[in-house]
Design a binder for this molecule. Structure first.
Ligand code: HEM
Ligand code: NAG
Ligand code: NAG
Length: 250
């Protein structure tokens, strides 16, 4: 109060300041585009509306749904357009197929029933990929957003499960950092081999939840002599108990 009213210069200064700011806002390159994307973000699709943008009509943009978020992937026409390897993702939400790799029939569903927390996390990462790479266009009304465009219980459940998956992977990373991994190499004529500079190669199972994502159900790690009696360590087939190097069966 004191600052503006006690100064004679206050009012003209305030007017100048406000019009300056207003001018800046009007001319700011991002103000309208962010306003625009805020209204764009409210665009709601039904499954039927979304299916029109499946890449069949070359005049229309291509839209892809994942976890109920809709992205304009027209720029990726070679993947998502007619004849593209990922055309099945166009015009629908096939969230589950991002981890199942099943692009046929009922595999093309947005249901994540029965997936592990790390698998769910992987789908959330795909959504992050689309956010970074393509244009966010709106929401698909259905499993993940209600008709007001608010996230459903199901979406909140998915986010929570993905967060647990992330925690699990983080814990696993810390756990695995305690035991160094094996060295490995592969050559055409010798096949693959693993070895330890320090310690002895052992196969260890990863926890089921983690093993489900990727095909990495086991890892090779180097254990010291006094650790070899630990539970769950597997000697490579055809390899001696105290061998430092193991050739793998093809
Ligand atoms: C669960 C299985 C898979 C899913 C869900 C999947 C999904 C995708 C998607 C959505 C894209 C397009 C990304 C973009 O918009 O830029 C892509 C690109 C690509 N995928 Fe896959 N993919 C899978 C398996 C594979 C496999 C097994 C291979 C190789 C043997 C592969 C090789 C590629 C390559 C090379 C590209 C990039 C193509 C390019 O940029 O021209 N993908 N993948
Ligand atoms: C793909 O979109 C076209 C129109 O763009 C539509 O005629 C066709 O039925 C759609 N296909 C599917 C499987 O929804
Ligand atoms: C894909 O999913 C469908 C429906 O769940 C199933 O019938 C089919 O066997 C699956 N295909 C592959 C290759 O897993």
């Amino acid at each position: 109060m004191g600052f503006w009213s006690s100064s004679l210069l206050g009012i003209p200064l305030a007017v100048a300041l406000i019009s300056f700011l207003f001018f800046r806002i009007l001319n700011h390159p991002f103000s309208f585009s962010s306003l625009y994307s805020a209204t764009q973000a409210q665009r709601l699709f039904s499954a039927e509306e979304l299916s029109v943008y499946n890449g069949t009509d070359p005049e229309l943009p291509i839209f892809l749904g994942i976890l109920g978020s809709v992205f304009d992937v027209t720029r990726g026409k070679s993947h998502y357009g007619a004849g593209g390897g990922y055309n099945h993702f166009a015009g629908r939400d096939a969230s589950r197929a991002f981890v199942s790799g099943n692009f046929t029939g009922d595999g093309l569903t947005d249901s994540l029933l029965g997936l592990s927390s790390t698998e769910v996390k992987s789908i959330v990462e795909w959504r992050d990929f689309y956010t970074r790479t393509y244009i966010y266009t709106g929401k698909l009304v259905g499993r993940y957003y209600d008709k007001e465009g608010n996230p459903t219980k199901y979406l909140k459940g998915v986010e929570a499960k993905a967060a647990r998956g992330a925690q699990l992977l983080e814990k696993q990373k810390i756990e695995e950092a305690k035991v160094p991994g094996c060295n490995s190499r592969w050559s055409q004529d010798e096949g693959s081999e693993v070895w330890c500079d320090d310690g002895f190669p052992r196969l260890v199972k990863r926890p089921i939840e983690i093993a489900l994502t990727g095909k990495m159900s086991k890892r090779c790690a180097c254990y010291k002599e006094d650790e070899l009696k630990l539970e769950g360590l597997e000697v490579y087939e055809g390899c001696d108990y105290y061998a430092k190097k193991c050739r793998l069966k093809p």
